[in-house]
Design a protein around this ligand. Structure first.
Ligand code: MEV
Length: 421
């Protein structure tokens, strides 16, 4: 593992020098300066009248599975996110970097079938045709046959209620594509066959954004001694970060905000790389509620050494081919910068970014409490040093903290006015 970021700290460089410092080519730099062209935008959506720009920043210090990344491109309008992400990645680097992994890129498409005369028998007939249907999708049908993607299974289940429904689910290996187009095409192609086999009427044919078979995960260790100069404060900080994690794990109101912080990072990379961040958001929150209770996507614990161990897992349906990833010139530069060869690698980096972002957010929130506590303690000592006695100590200390001015001269002034009054 390389122990240093391969580029200088971007914040120390003038704006004009940053992209070149990352090793981007002159052509890539000119794409970054130009951005999306109006004519390109006009081919992406309907009724285009202009362009809407957002800042593209680069988070640094990420080491993922032993590889020091040149930088992680992030498109976001919120200040501090890129800096916080870089800071967290730097602390995690000191703990050995991020270890990340991902499952095969399997996504599910759903075919809703109604008015099925005998659902049980329909399911048996579908199971009997399983190999033939897969073969038709993968070999025989021109609109679904592809060297890059592949139908891997067809399952079905019934949904009770009125009307009852049979849901046929097509499991697809999407390769390096996000998969929405591939799966929607396959569901549409398969639907008439499903109707014929089941004897029912097909209604919806669409992918599911709860891509819980296509997840990415990451782990890291943040050495506790890095959290503060003072060992006692560092240990308190580590403990408060674990308490913050437990709060989000147990309470959906806090979990929503905890997860929002995670998505600050993940969405920013999704946008930079031309991925569908709404699909990622939908999948992430549905996954967070998979037990029936909405909970935290990332968790933190102290290990035997007192260091913080973080873990995250979430669905990450992202692609490096097709869609806006291919059309948007800046997305292409973002992918060049990341040097990813597969969609899975991109998903793994995004999981690391989510974990880093979460750490930075809860660290800041937890440290604020600690700093506040320390300030109160300090303010009491200053009030006593200024000559305050009894109830005056609390009164003056509270005022010093409220004014964020914990100084002996101010404490003396406050004491004098208390004594005068
Ligand atoms: C703000 O955009 C995100 C945070 O609220 C996340 C959190 O509370 O964990 C800071």
């Amino acid at each position: 593992m390389s122990d240093a970021s391969p580029t200088p700290r971007l914040r120390d460089l003038p704006l004009a020098e940053r992209a070149a410092a990352l090793g981007l080519s002159a052509e890539a730099i000119s794409v970054l300066q130009q951005g999306l062209l109006l004519e390109q935008a006009d081919r992406m959506i309907e009724n285009v009248i202009g362009l809407y720009s957002l800042p593209l920043g680069v988070a640094q210090h990420f080491v993922v599975n032993g590889r020091a990344l040149r930088g992680v491109p992030m498109v976001i309008e919120e200040a501090s996110v890129v800096a916080a992400c870089s800071y967290a990645a730097k602390l995690a680097r000191a703990g050995g970097g991020f270890q990340a992994g991902s499952s095969a890129p399997i996504m599910v498409g759903q075919i809703q079938v109604l008015e099925v005369p005998d659902p049980e028998r329909a399911q048996q007939r579908l199971a009997a045709q399983h190999a033939a249907l897969l073969n038709w999708l993968n070999q025989e049908n021109p609109s679904t046959r592809s060297p890059h993607t592949r139908a891997v299974a067809i399952t079905s289940r019934t949904l009770d209620g009125t009307p009852s429904m049979l849901i046929v689910e097509l499991h697809y290996d999407c390769g390096d594509a996000m998969g929405a187009n591939v799966i929607n095409t396959a569901c549409e192609a398969l639907a008439p066959r499903v109707a014929a086999i089941t004897g029912g009427r097909v209604n919806l044919r669409i992918l599911s954004n709860l891509s819980d078979q296509r997840t990415a995960w990451a782990r890291c260790v943040v050495p506790a001694w890095l959290l503060a100069d003072d060992a006692g404060v560092a240990q308190a900080a580590a403990q408060h970060i674990v308490e913050a994690s437990l709060f989000a794990e147990r309470d959906p109101y806090r979990a929503a905000t905890h997860n929002k912080g995670i998505m600050n990072g993940i969405d920013a990379v999704a946008i930079a790389t031309g991925n569908d961040w709404r699909a990622i958001e939908a999948g992430a929150h549905a996954f967070a509620a998979r037990s029936g209770r909405y909970t935290a996507l990332a968790t933190w614990r102290q290990n035997a050494e007192g260091d913080l161990e973080g873990h995250i897992e979430l669905p990450l349906a992202v692609g490096i081919v097709g869609g806006a990833t291919r059309v948007h010139p800046v997305a292409q530069v973002a992918l060049q910068l990341l040097e990813v060869r597969t969609a899975r690698e991109l998903a793994e980096i995004m999981a690391c970014v989510g974990l880093a972002q979460n750490f930075a957010a809860i660290r800041a929130l937890a440290m604020e409490g600690i700093q506040q506590g320390h300030m109160s303690l300090h303010a009491r000592q200053i009030a006593i040093a200024a000559g305050a006695k009894g109830a005056q100590v609390e009164q003056i200390a509270a005022q010093l903290v409220a004014e964020r001015n914990v100084r002996i001269e101010r404490a003396r002034q406050l004491l004098a006015s208390l004594e005068d009054g």
